[in-house]
Design a protein. Sequence first.
Length: 215
Amino acid sequence: MFGQVLNLTGGRAMKLVEITSLQDNLLLPWLELYEKAFPAAERVLVTRLLLGIKDRAPSRFALAAVDEQDHFLGLVYYSIISGTKVAFLWYFAVLPELRGAGLGAQLYQALLQRLGPECRGVVFDVEMPELCSGQAERDLAQRRIVFYRRLGARLLDGVRYTMQAESHLPPLEMHLMAHPLPAAGQPPLTAPEALEAVESFIGERIPITGEVRYA
C-alpha cells in the first residue's frame, strides 16, 4: 500500500503515498490539513479535489507524506502541465505541530525525487508579503519565500500574476516562483519558459512588467 521509504538526510524517514481512492484512510487527515493550512481564498472546492481522486485524473496527484509507522505528516498536490515537463505545485503543507524541525524541507526534497530526472522544473505561487494584512502574516509570507529560495526555487520577476482559486472567490495578486531542475539531456527551465508553462496551465496571458527573469 505504501511507497518506498525515501533516504533523506537531516530528519525522520518519510514516504510519499499517492491517494487514489476515496476510501483511503489517509484522505481524511489530508483534507483536514488542507482546510487548516491554506486561507479560504486560496482553496479550490473540496469536491473538485475529491472528483480528481475519484476519476483518477491522469495529470493531478494528491500525495500524503507518512513516516515508517504510516503516521500522516503532510500533503502535496500537484499537476503535470500538459505538453510540458513542468509541474505546477498547487498545495504543500506539513502538520502545524511538526513545523520548524526540517520536515518541510524533507517533504519538498521528496517531491523533487518523485518528479525525477525527466522534470525540467516546478512552478507555484506564494503570497506577497507586502499585501498581507498584518505583521504576523507578512513575516510568515516572507519566511515561506526564504524557505523555497533556500531549497533552490527562485522568484519570477517581471510579471504580474493574479490567481483565483474559484469563480466565487476574490482574485489575489501573488508572486510566482519556479524551481529549475537539471532534467536528463535538457537544460533547466528558464524564466521565460516557466512563465509560458504557467500561462499554458491557467489558459491566459500573464501581464509582463519588465524583463522576465529569476530573482
